[in-house]
Design a protein. Sequence first.
Length: 261
Amino acid sequence: MKFLELLNQTGLIAAHRGARSIAPENTLIALKRSLGKCDFIEIDVQLSQDGVAVIMHDDTLERTTNVNEIDVFKSRKPYRVCDFTVDELRTLDFGSWFYGDKNHKEPLLTLHDALEFIKENNIFLNIEIKDMQSCFRDEVVVETVVKEIKESDTHGLVLISSFRHEYLKIMKEKLPDVPTAALVEGKHPQKLLEYLRGLKVDAYNLNDELVDKESVEKLREAGFFVGVYTVNDAKRAKELFNMGVNCVFSDSLTKIGMGIL
Ligand code: G3P
Ligand code: MG
């Protein structure tokens, strides 16, 4: 099955940043621990200073690495991901902040390694491209992700999403067979259905606070997949599925994982 066909289903569970309630978000161990508990995994992608696609949520390294404990990086505040080369990022520890144990380290995850992982394990992956317009031209960001997908031959296993909708337009031109999702938070774009058709997206992923039954029905009738983030309560997940929502993104696969709802 391809990701595009998965978009016809409902009641789907996405592992938000991997199994982030039981492992450090956006690391290989978080992906491994999601297996068997979700229908697909969601990760966040951005570029290092030298243009390598790396898996990180925040624009800066402080929250999820040990960067502020490393003397040679002391002068590099505010520690933007896009100001560090991939070799520098590889020297950091992405695990001990989560485990509360300096000896329990996890390495950087690159998009290359994440794609190899999904191929080996035949699991679907939602690649969210973070808004990188303050560091890179849109074409450069999208082209880097496209190259990784092509090289790993994972077209059928991935969905691309972004809050920066410009990326989705470029992506559809470059890889028309890869599904895309417009991410929104806080308010719907004006003339929503028209807007989404203009972007040529397959899916609309919105934050839970923005969801209402009428909008979900309109979107589904118009043929769009609807995903909702972030849902960590089983009762709420069921309510959303009853409304017609296709998928929820959850941090807690032990509460909302497959076989639990
Ligand atoms: O793709 C859903 C969700 O990941 C979007 O928000 O900030 O957690 O990447 P964020
Ligand atoms: Mg995300």
